[in-house]
Design a protein around this ligand. Structure first.
Ligand code: HEC
Length: 129
């Protein structure tokens, strides 16, 4: 009897654990760490709307990385009618905000290096003005 109960409990918690892992699966570990550290994960996922919009929907707005960083520091709730307002997250160091921003920008599903790739790097390197 005791044994059976223990087994059932173990199975139940395993199931819960794998469900949770699955729901956040498409977040790379380093980004998950940042999102956890700065609590973004409480309100955002890659492709489901939670308290805040799905990051893939943010990516579709074609912001630059710098614009996203700015929106992390100074959210504009008017960009997202129907959502509560996000609190300004000024505690996030710019370096980490930039990492999150450029990752968010990879999520729009177009997967083309075209826009992101061309914008980063290439403007500074290689070209003589
Ligand atoms: C308490 C919930 C909450 C937390 C925590 C949170 N957000 Fe948000 N976020 C929202 C909501 C709600 C919106 C949409 C309304 C708004 O922009 O104010 C949003 C919008 C955004 C947008 C879109 C901005 C725009 O104008 O298009 C980005 C990017 C974003 N969040 C990134 C982050 C990052 C990165 C973190 C962690 C550093 C974070 N959020 C933490 C709730 C949250």
């Amino acid at each position: 009897m005791k044994k059976t109960l223990g087994f059932l409990l173990a199975t139940a918690s395993l199931a819960t654990a794998s469900f949770t892992a699955q729901a956040q699966d498409n977040i790379p570990d380093d980004m998950k760490a940042l999102m956890t550290k700065y609590t973004c994960i409480a309100c955002h996922r890659v492709d489901v709307k939670l308290v805040g919009p799905a990051y893939k929907d943010v990516a579709k707005r074609n912001y630059t990385d710098a614009q996203i960083v700015e929106l992390i520091y100074n959210p504009k709730p008017s960009n997202w009618p129907g959502y509560i307002a996000m609190a300004p997250m000024k505690q996030v160091p710019k370096e980490d905000a930039t990492k999150l921003a450029s990752w968010i920008n990879t999520l729009d599903g177009t997967a083309g290096p075209a826009k992101g790739g061309a914008k980063k790097g290439s403007s500074k390197k290689g070209k003589k003005a």
